[in-house]
Design a protein around this ligand. Structure first.
Ligand code: 6PG
Ligand code: NI
Length: 217
């Protein structure tokens, strides 16, 4: 067996990535065995791959109260969430990982959340809560499920369940996702079918409501 944690060569004589390495050597297939540093406190993966930031303007058509959404876009277009990834690419049979951090907030009373998506090539996925207080909303087109996510909770998303993450606390909510690289991401599915329920801020708690209900004026 070729050493991977301390070794300098793997079976294909490619060096294992280390923090600070030039990423371009590793973001191509085949991916070598590697050690990935998961810094819980910082919410980072290292060596790091692509990173994306979603602002309010990227969440068009997702909050029920569209007027409140427009106002939030005009009023500084805040960052709602960011996603950092490891070097493992979204390729068939690979298992990429990412950390999503959703900022605390609400728009028109609806908690800040991810866009949500369906994996067109139905496969399972797991989330691990890292910090903050959130929830994992899942919808299979008929049934809706909610999993409270706190640090240490593993949320399991079975194949065929669209999913969205929601920050229901007053601090940033972060979680690690591990998902099949060939699963794909379909965001149009959520725009068409929704996610079963809305997650509203209510006093100091959480309230659920119908997804396509009319927004109260
Ligand atoms: C995935 C995971 C997860 C997700 C992010 C951002 O399949 O990659 O579910 O990493 O992509 O939490 O959420 P959206 O992809 O819905 O914007
Ligand atoms: Ni997913």
């Amino acid at each position: 067996m070729s050493p991977v944690s301390t070794g300098t060569l793997d079976l294909q004589h490619r060096r294992c990535p280390e923090p600070g390495d030039d990423l371009s050597d590793y973001s191509v297939l085949p991916v070598p065995p590697m050690s990935i540093r998961f810094d819980q406190a910082a919410g980072t993966l290292s060596p790091a791959g692509p990173e994306l930031t979603r602002r309010m303007s990227d969440l068009e058509g997702l909050f029920l109260d569209q007027n409140a959404w427009r106002t939030a876009v005009a009023d500084g277009d805040p960052i709602v969430y960011s996603v950092v990834s490891s070097l493992v690419p979204e390729a068939d049979r690979e298992l990429p990982q990412s950390i999503t951090t959703i900022q605390p907030g609400s728009t028109g009373g609806e908690f800040w959340m991810t866009k949500g998506h369906q994996h067109p090539n139905h496969q399972g996925e797991i989330y691990l809560g890292i910090s903050g207080r959130g929830g994992l909303l899942m919808f299979d087109g008929t049934d809706t499920r909610w999993v409270d996510m706190t640090p240490g909770t593993i949320g399991y998303i079975p194949p065929g369940w669209a999913h969205r993450s929601v920050n229901v606390g007053g601090k940033p909510y972060s979680f690690l996702a591990v998902y099949p690289g060939g699963a794909g991401h379909d965001y149009g599915w959520v725009l068409e079918y929704g996610l079963g329920q809305r997650v509203w801020r209510q006093d100091d708690g959480v309230a659920f409501g119908g997804y396509f209900a009319e927004a109260s004026s």
